[in-house]
Design a protein around this ligand. Structure first.
Ligand code: FAD
Length: 217
């Protein structure tokens, strides 16, 4: 959804057509209001949204859908969601149902205590965590502490996922965003500004070789 919005921005003013193949439904699992706002934003810009079917194959310049529709395409972008690396299911380490490295609340493999993990590649035992950067960032200090503690044989810290109602802001690609926090849903330029400010502040912490100056330009 974000890619199609960004693609629209990149090609603004040209006569290209963009089709978004949305699977069962655009932004499935998100609240109805978020979905209808996103749909309206894309459709108002002429982006065609195909729901109720998935892409089956992309061969040469043709995208074939499961419902038999064939869409000619000069370019196909595939953004079909996050799946942990098959490294884990192909190895003896225990994994969760979705193939993520199974870890306990110390972010540690229960069977191989010398292995720790965090972010998109893990399945936290007993929790159904969304694969979003919010959790990767929250796990970071715990992981860092526990790696050092394991080397020194000192006590490990527990990871607490915290409030599951984290701030979600979708970048619609046209300078607007859709913000969701708890039951609050809001769309517009301010939502995008908030996202942009948070993201830039975060990225600024990791600039080590002059990128900061580039970002400021
Ligand atoms: C388009 C997009 C938008 C997103 N927007 C948001 C957002 O607004 N908010 C949010 O919270 N989250 C967002 N996410 C999700 C967020 O980016 C991820 O949850 C987060 O980056 C996970 O961090 P990570 O360190 O686990 O994995 P990654 O950031 O994916 O880092 C994994 C690293 O491991 C490297 N790697 C992979 N395999 C190997 C290997 N075999 N050997 C060595 N290195 C390897 C990869 O190259 C990569 O650098 C977004 C994701 C995408 C794709």
């Amino acid at each position: 959804m974000e890619l199609s919005g960004a693609l629209w921005k990149l090609t603004e003013g040209s006569d290209i057509s963009i089709s978004l193949i949305a699977g069962a439904g655009l932004l499935e699992g998100h609240p109805k209001r978020v979905r209808s706002l996103a749909k309206a934003s894309l459709e108002d810009r002429g982006i065609r949204i195909v729901e109720g079917t998935r892409a089956r194959s992309v061969v040469q310049n043709t995208v074939s859908l499961e419902n038999g529709t064939v869409i000619p395409a000069d370019l196909a972008f595939i953004a079909s969601g996050v799946k942990p690396n098959p490294l884990f299911v192909n190895s003896p380490v225990p994994t969760g149902e979705d193939g993520g490295l199974l870890v306990n609340h110390h972010l540690q493999s229960p069977e191989y205590p010398e292995i720790f993990g965090g972010g998109d590649c893990i399945t936290l035992g007993g929790e159904k965590l969304a694969r979003v950067g919010v959790y990767a960032v929250r796990q970071n200090p715990v992981l860092y502490h526990n790696l050092l503690a394991a080397l020194e044989n000192s006590p490990l810290n527990r990871f607490d996922p915290g409030n599951p109602s984290f701030l979600l802001i979708l970048n619609m690609g046209d300078g607007t965003g859709i913000l969701k926090k708890g039951h609050l849903v809001a769309a517009g330029r301010l939502a995008f500004r908030i996202k942009d400010t948070i993201d830039r502040k975060f990225m600024r912490k990791f600039q080590v070789s002059g990128e900061l100056e580039e970002m400021e330009q």
